[in-house]
Design a protein around this ligand. Structure first.
Ligand SMILES: NC(=O)c1ccc[n+]([C@@H]2O[C@H](COP(=O)([O-])OP(=O)(O)OC[C@H]3O[C@@H](n4cnc5c(N)ncnc54)[C@H](OP(=O)(O)O)[C@@H]3O)[C@@H](O)[C@H]2O)c1
Length: 266
């Protein structure tokens, strides 16, 4: 039995992953809205009566919430074996300040949470960053691909995001091509860059990190036209948590896995 922390666990992929893992693992289920979080726990325990689920409020976009969550972990001596950075928003969300809100949740949120609670990750722990195939380098203009292949520091990665927030106007994406969902796409490109250039070296020698594309599936974000069902979208995360042995294997560490748990370039 492993302890698995899931962000954005009240609906969509985070909820499904919690449900599927709960017969065998302890779930630390988090979300920014407490009542929907409690409702999610109620739904899972209705299906899996012996599920072991702890709920805790966590808004990854607010550093005060991340710090309060960490304080709770310390005060309860909570450690986790797996961190699933799942919470995310996209260009279709009704957001007040779209560019900032998307970067803040999808990129800054992952960085703040992961780095804050890293000391509470067990020595052979795993970190999963739910990314997207839209974040692949090959979807970027060649000059941008080149920039991102160089070894980057965290500050440089953050600066790419800040520049986009600052310059962003409809139709003007600077060094980024204007593809579908440009803000969301850049947030995932930079999440991948953070994984590759920074987090891969930040974790302890026996810990591992993985970027995951869950596939295009029918959640609120994926929409009803998505070809996959929600259960398909957790295939790779479940594999990494339940089947891939714990302890670092350089073959898998800091790699990108597609929705069939296969490694691809990213
Ligand atoms: N569905 C797809 O086809 C697809 C494809 C590629 C990648 N992904 C990625 O998969 C992940 C999960 O997506 P999904 O399809 O399950 O989306 P979803 O159904 O829209 O669910 C998003 C989840 O993220 C939570 N969230 C948003 N902002 C948050 C914040 N600041 N703090 C904590 N939680 C927050 C939401 O909570 P609230 O209920 O409070 O809003 C919700 O639980 C995302 O990272 C997404 O980019 C999805």
């Amino acid at each position: 039995m492993r302890k698995v922390l899931i962000t954005g666990g009240n609906r969509g992929l985070g909820f499904k992953l919690a449900e599927v893992l709960s017969p065998k693992h302890h779930i630390l289920l988090t979300a920014r809205n407490l009542s929907s979080l409690n409702e999610a726990k109620r739904k899972i325990t209705a299906i899996v009566p012996n599920a072991s689920i702890t709920t805790q409020e966590l808004d990854v976009s607010r550093f005060d919430s991340v710090k309060a969550f960490h304080k709770w972990m310390l005060s309860t001596n909570t450690t986790v074996d797996v961190i699933v950075n799942n919470a995310g928003v996209n260009d279709e969300n009704q957001l007040e300040n779209k560019a900032f809100d998307i970067m803040n949740t999808n990129l800054f949120g992952i960085i703040n949470l992961t780095e804050t609670i890293l000391p509470q990750l067990t020595q052979d722990g795993k970190i999963i960053l739910i990314s997207s195939m839209l974040g692949k380098l090959k979807l970027q203009p060649p000059s941008t691909q080149k920039l991102l292949q160089e070894k980057l520091t965290k500050q440089q990665i953050l600066q790419f995001a800040r520049d986009l927030i600052h310059n962003y106007k409809e139709g003007n994406y600077g060094i980024w091509s204007s593809h579908i969902q440009p803000l969301y796409k850049v947030s995932k490109v930079l999440t991948n860059a953070y994984a590759r250039h920074v987090l891969a070296d930040l974790v302890q020698p026996n810990q591992s990190i993985f970027c995951v594309h869950p596939g295009w599936v029918k959640t609120d974000m994926g929409g009803p036209k998505a070809p996959g069902e929600v259960k398909d979208g957790i295939f790779t995360s479940r594999y990494l948590i339940e089947e891939l042995p714990y302890g670092r294997n350089p073959q898998y560490h800091a790699k990108y896995f597609n929705d069939k748990a296969q490694i691809e370039d990213y």
